[in-house]
Design a protein around this ligand. Structure first.
Ligand code: ZN
Ligand code: ZN
Length: 318
């Protein structure tokens, strides 16, 4: 299983590649440029291709993440142009590194309603993909539904995606914290969520999972990540990692660690959960994974550990 985390490239992409190895990550996500700015960065294709190759030679999967400031549904024409140019620039940077995907947040309708927010976002994404003709794909991330965010549910994501001319070059990224916050993933109802994400129009385009616990409660529409096992999601996180559907996708942890080195423990924890070696014990509002009733075996406990995939690194070059 491919498990990694978000890493800084402030000291250079190659440094992030080294750090990923040190932390036991099979993948890492990075900001192609300053996440708080629209400023365009000059693309140094030659140097970056080399660094990207280094990452692949070490068996690392890389994922780009677009700037936070982006609102793909903005009504302001000047801001819209700046946003589109900024995302095209990020795609070009990812392309140079050989990164296959750039994750972007869905838009905010700013009080004008879902339908207008959706239409503006569809037009903006199509314009981005008209200007960018490389191989890197844009991934639309589900939102917590905080404020006027659109893209809270599989239905909303599909409604955006199906309207895109550029549909084939645009996929999805699913964030566990956002799914919990938006009400898509509810305590005691994992199966409903599992069925929802398996809808073929969605599953066929889902490329990356963001794996975070949540400081906010179920359905509270608060986008605040928590360290794994220290938020409100309880056993739902373990259920996700033990679901073969998610085991087949690259999983990126973006939790509020005090320092990057602490991701080693987060990754280790996620691997244990995926292996079924460690049932969830640390609170959370969701029901415990392992049934407490004596002598009553649940499907999950029956499916337990040893048959799960071995953790560890992908073979180099694989
Ligand atoms: Zn995320
Ligand atoms: Zn978030």
């Amino acid at each position: 299983m491919i498990i990694g985390c978000h890493l800084s490239t402030g000291a250079g992409f190659s440094r992030a590649v080294d750090n990923a190895g040190r932390l036991g990550a099979d993948a890492f996500q990075y900001f192609p440029k300053n996440p708080r700015s629209y400023r365009i960065k000059a693309v140094d294709r030659h140097a970056w291709e080399k660094e990207g190759r280094l990452a692949r030679e070490r068996g690392l999967v890389t994922v780009g993440h677009s700037a936070y400031v982006t609102n793909l549904s903005t009504a302001d024409p000047a801001l819209r142009e700046t946003t589109i140019a900024s995302i095209v620039n990020e795609l070009e940077i990812c392309e140079a590194y050989g990164t296959p995907w750039l994750v972007v947040h869905c838009g905010r309708h700013m009080g004008e309603g879902w339908e207008i927010g959706r239409r503006r976002m569809v037009e903006a994404v199509d314009e981005v993909m008209r200007r960018f003709q490389g191989r890197c794909q844009l991934l639309l991330e589900n939102t917590a539904g905080q404020g006027s965010e659109i893209g809270r549910t599989v239905d909303e994501l599909l409604s955006i995606h199906e309207a895109l001319e550029s549909r084939r070059r645009v996929g999805f990224c699913l964030d566990s914290c956002h799914a919990f916050a938006s009400g898509m993933l509810e305590p005691g109802a994992y199966e409903r969520f599992a069925a929802e994400v398996r809808r073929p129009e969605f599953a066929g385009y889902l490329r990356v999972v963001h794996f975070n616990d949540s400081k906010g409660g179920a359905g509270e529409q608060v986008d605040r990540h928590a360290l794994l096992g220290q938020g409100r999601m309880g056993a739902l996180l373990v259920e996700m990692l033990r679901d073969p559907f998610f085991q087949a996708l690259p999983v990126i942890i973006e939790t509020p660690v005090a320092q990057e080195d602490d991701y080693a423990a987060e990754i280790e924890k996620a691997r244990r959960w995926a292996m079924g070696e460690d049932s969830h014990q640390e609170g959370g509002e969701a029901a415990p994974l392992v049934a407490t009733g004596q002598g009553r075996k649940t499907e999950q406990t029956g499916a337990k550990p040893s048959r799960a995939k071995k953790p560890g690194r992908k073979p180099a070059g694989g």
